[in-house]
Design a protein around this ligand. Sequence first.
Ligand SMILES: Nc1ncnc2c1ncn2[C@@H]1O[C@H](COP(=O)(O)OP(=O)(O)OP(=O)(O)O)[C@@H](O)[C@H]1O
Ligand SMILES: [Mg+2]
Length: 244
Amino acid sequence: MSLDLALFGTKGSPGATTLAEALVAFASRRGPALLAELDPDGGDRAASPGLALDPGLASLAASSRHQAITAEDVTGHLQPLPAGGYVLVAPASAEQAHAALDTVVARLAPALTAMQGWTVVGDCGRMRSRSPAVELASHAEVVALVTRPTLEGVEHARDRLILLRDVAPRVGVIVVGHKGFSRARVQGAVGVPVYGVVADDARGAELVRSGHGASWAGRRTALMRSVALLADSLGASLPVGVTV
Ligand SMILES: Nc1ncnc2c1ncn2[C@@H]1O[C@H](COP(=O)(O)OP(=O)(O)OP(=O)(O)O)[C@@H](O)[C@H]1O
Ligand SMILES: [Mg+2]
């Protein structure tokens, strides 16, 4: 195991990054939790108030260029998230993020595996065949493709799952919002399990993105309530010892 959960997005920005952050905010109330920015199109968090580019994926890649990466190396390059939990920040620049990921990808999986007791959620960006995040995701307990339940969303998910469905033993879909097909119809169309439905909740998403997902107000949003249900169902489908 390296990642507990690797999240990929589809075309149209369905909310994969927000969901990854929300899951880490939720999990951080139970134990150490890490949001690993593994999106080769660039990370989102380095530009957030209170966070910076360094330390992060780029400094980890630079300092470990020719050596094995240990769990301690990873924890030495994390930044605390305002809502709880930690983030391994990726550069916002796509070129820099891609280069940093390419440098560490083969060595990061064993390091994440060694992070005993942590909940690790990877934000892998949009699913593409040549994405370096796919190799990392192949070590994840669960891989989930995030999509909207619209005709376009389901079609894109089906297309991406052609590439993703054999990447890991457990691959499924997480749906954002109820506007469109039912959960059962999405599952029938994509042919993999739907792990859960996350609320379409712009205010909740904004609270998560501004670092308040785990606050009193954040926890009461439809988004965070649905994320708690999703975390329970993911926890039930994961092996013993995984704390999501
Ligand atoms: N559950 C949600 N309900 C409503 N709005 C949401 C939800 N999740 C995210 N959003 C909003 O949708 C936009 C895109 O979100 P986000 O960056 O998480 O998507 P993404 O799938 O990671 O996109 P990208 O393909 O750019 O990586 C943001 O404005 C965010 O606030
Ligand atoms: Mg994203």
